[in-house]
Design a protein around this ligand. Structure first.
Ligand code: FEO
Length: 393
């Protein structure tokens, strides 16, 4: 019989989740270069026990095997559902079936979702509100409503005596490596791409959530993806910057090219921006990892979008990127569009239409027929200087 590791991360608090080493995409959209984890935790009080979050569908048996190394799984008293998305709540039907006496603890919106998604009857649900507590016997769970991280029903759970915060998706990131934050080499880029992909559209709600936990004494942050933060200030400091929309003198460049004319324009723009001392991050959309683009959107102040005209409009990859930028609501302030066409334009007009509802000020655009001429190169360099001037101001 296979045995599984169980980690006591704090006094009578056990990691019982699952590592998904092979998962390579999330939401049918986001690449996961290092897989991910679905962290779940058992908290054992003197009188009662609670399971904080569960695991993705397909990992139910692994979860059960780990819980059973700590206690009899069928004796769980409470299942805390901080978030209803299936990667954390997918094992709830099995856990609730095995534990006929267990109570599901969640927010009011979570209770409705638990019924819709997991068939949990309302008479087995304890709805909690901001500040409510649950006494497990020497272990007190305090619930913190933190909606829209990144679904409406989300909450955090704080274990008072151990000073452990369970914030589910918030403050987590995707990697299957490492149990603790200081064991992960690429901590910041992975945390940043996760923030960009999942939480950036909800920055204001993220700020509110941070304000709520600001007064708590936190020794350990135990999220539901990635490593546990035993240096909580590292990730909290980053989230303070990111939720505030703090940007750098940095430009993210996303482009697609068919016959290298648009690419020649992009290269000229990049040279101009670098000459002005800006940081530039470039992504050819044919090869780009969407997570890397999301990462750079978190702290870039400007964006350059390059696309040829195809069938009277933008190249489909550029349309996709522009819609992603719009949906993720990054703190970008300034933008530029560059385009080459064969016999008729249209891409710049379409880009302006897609980006119009955003807060991005389009500083200018260059749209040319065929490869760039000396005159076009000069126009692009000048536009780069204008964009840099705005960004540095
Ligand atoms: Fe990791 Fe929103 O689920």
């Amino acid at each position: 019989m296979q045995s599984y590791d169980v980690w006591e991360i704090s006094d009578h608090v056990y990691w019982v989740g699952a590592r998904d080493w092979n998962r390579r995409v999330f939401d049918a959209l986001i690449p996961l270069p290092q897989g991910t984890t679905y962290n779940a935790y058992v908290v054992r009080g003197k009188k009662k026990t609670a399971l904080v979050d569960t695991v993705n569908p397909g990992f139910e048996e692994e979860l059960a095997a780990r819980i059973n190394q700590v206690m009899d799984q069928e004796a769980l008293d409470y299942v805390i559902m901080n978030h209803a998305e299936p990667d954390h709540a997918g094992a709830i039907p099995q856990v609730m079936k095995l534990n006929g006496g267990a109570t599901l603890v969640t927010t009011e919106k979570g209770a409705k979702m638990a019924e819709v998604y997991y068939g949990v009857q309302q008479d087995r649900v304890l709805v909690v509100r901001d500040g409510d507590t649950l006494d497990l016997g020497g272990k007190t769970l305090r619930f913190i409503e933190a909606p829209w991280q990144h679904w409406p029903e989300t909450m955090f759970t704080y274990l008072v005596e151990n000073k452990v915060l369970f914030p589910c998706d918030f403050l987590g990131f995707h990697t299957a490596y490492g149990l603790y934050d200081d064991q992960v080499e690429e901590f910041v880029p992975f945390a940043q791409r996760y923030f960009g992909e999942i939480l950036m559209p909800f920055r204001k709600m993220g700020q509110k959530a941070l304000e709520k936990i600001e007064g708590l004494h936190i020794e350990l942050i135990a999220p539901s993806h990635g490593p546990i933060h035993r240096n909580p200030e590292w990730i909290l400091d980053l989230y303070r910057q990111w939720t505030a929309g703090e940007t750098l003198e940095k430009v993210v460049v996303v482009y697609v090219t068919m016959w290298q004319s648009t690419e020649a324009m992009i290269k000229a723009m990049v040279e101009s921006l670098l000459a002005e001392g800006l940081e530039v991050s470039l992504h050819n959309l044919v090869y780009a990892d969407l997570g890397d683009v999301a990462r750079d959107l978190v702290d870039s102040r400007g964006i350059v979008l390059g696309t040829p005209t195809v069938l009277g409009g933008m190249h489909p990859l550029a349309i996709y990127a522009a819609h992603v930028v719009k949906a993720l609501r990054p703190p970008l302030k300034y933008g530029v569009v560059l385009s080459s066409y064969g016999w008729g334009g249209g891409a710049v007009k379409q880009a302006a239409e897609i980006l119009e509802p955003t807060k991005i000020e389009v500083v200018g655009a260059v749209e040319i027929n065929g490869p760039p001429t000396d005159e076009a190169y000069e126009e692009i360099a000048e536009l780069g200087r204008q964009l840099a001037g705005k960004i540095k101001a």
